[in-house]
Design a protein around this ligand. Sequence first.
Ligand SMILES: Nc1ncnc2c1ncn2[C@@H]1O[C@H](COP(=O)(O)OP(=O)(O)O)[C@@H](O)[C@H]1O
Ligand SMILES: [Mg+2]
Length: 508
Amino acid sequence: MENKCAIEMKGITKRFGKVVANDSIDLSIYSGEILALLGENGSGKTTLMNMLSGIYQPDEGKIFKDGQEIYIRSPREAYQYGIGMIHQHYKLVEVFTAAQNVILGLDDEKLDLAKTEGKVKEIASRYGFDIDPSMKVYDMSVSQKQTVEIIKVLYRGASILVLDEPTAVLTPQETQKLFRILKNMREDGKAIIIITHKLNEVMEVSDKVAVLRKGRYVGTVETRNTNPQALTDMMVGHAVMLNIDRPKYEKPEEKLIVEHLTVLDQEGVKRLDDVSFTAKTGEILGIAGISGSGQKELLEAITGLYPIKNGSIRFVREKGKEVELMGLPPKRIRQEGVGMAFVPEDRLGMGLVGSMGMTGNMLLRSWRKGKGLLVEKKEPEELAKKIWEELEVVTPGTNYPVRRLSGGNVQKVLVGREIASQPEVLLTAYAVRGLDINTSYTIYNLLTEEKMKGVAVVYVGEDLDVLLELSDRILVLCGGQVAGIVDARSATKEEIGLMMTQFVTKEE
Ligand SMILES: Nc1ncnc2c1ncn2[C@@H]1O[C@H](COP(=O)(O)OP(=O)(O)O)[C@@H](O)[C@H]1O
Ligand SMILES: [Mg+2]
């Protein structure tokens, strides 16, 4: 049986200044179906959906519902047409309960909380949500907050739901739960659009996939007639190799020994709690965890940027010769001749200086003394040119301000510079966040090359599939503690997902 067309978008164009975010896009959305909206970062997915949710209006093109042209001028009007969107960043009031948040902004004269809680429970049991309507938002996990956002939309009677990258913040188990709920909604006849760039998820949950590429509509395919490789080719526009090589280094040796590391933030809250592990030469040690589990603090503590309460961080110069790094600021660590490179999450800020060109940024890095490194003698300009060529950085020149480069090119400059310092330990935080597929694979390859040169690579990541393919071992952080360290060649996503929430008791 043919499903009914819920919404039709025709010739939709949206510009932001010179950027054409959406270029004459046609998209049909059907009731009783889950449509995945797939595309690389910046391909225009959020913009397109924001025109359904009333946040933006198209510059050109038309939107039809039941064959009638409609104009959606605000989120409120979107609800009147039965359209609700769950954005990437939640807009809940922390001190309110779930139910209070659900009715927030509704001009219900009789804000009968008991009644609302009843209705919330009814929605929850209908679709399979776990929710306590009287729970305060500040006591909720990210996934519980997401549940409130979804119920908020359902409470307003939406029959067309758009979810913008809803799984980015979830564990594999929470993702499974969300998918079951989405399928229940589909059975109930709702039209679901899920924005994502994760191919596994597209294959698992959707009925159809619509692909965008650089603001253009590439096409819609039935999920059962496609596969991840074909979808990637549609997204990127040419064939892409999706394998990550994982060669084995012959004899890994301990390079960095972290013991009982504990750090407190400014409020005195423990951000790392008795963390112990070793990073080995010729190994990529992946660090997994839901965001904010101590990943940032861990790398900053090792590089001397975060004050340490307790513990020990030892760099093994050679067997039997160790340097204690705990308490040393970054400059002292370099003076000790410790070859440590750091690719931080904040690329323009902690990493590079945006107003400077590639050459200027090479100059900024103080290179390691000793060991007769060639690099030391290399002129910054020469090094900048080398990175420009070898990593195919797209820039008009080596003196062009790096902040004007795209995210992928900024990251190439930063990673290139750090690798050029010939580190023995290479620490990376979210190295591929926001990058396109090709650049991501360039980065994976670079890290693997470093590993095979005998560098101890620490890779903080958020995509579990990538962590499992790229790493040799994976350390799982949960609430600042080590939930476990597993062999990445044999571990499963489910196992790591459980460890990610091991010490969290909030879930009912
Ligand atoms: N409010 C805005 N102002 C200017 N440019 C924007 C704005 N929103 C999005 N863009 C640009 O439009 C393009 C598409 O962005 P977006 O829709 O967010 O992509 P996606 O969700 O697929 O990652 C990008 O080049 C982005 O930089
Ligand atoms: Mg987006």
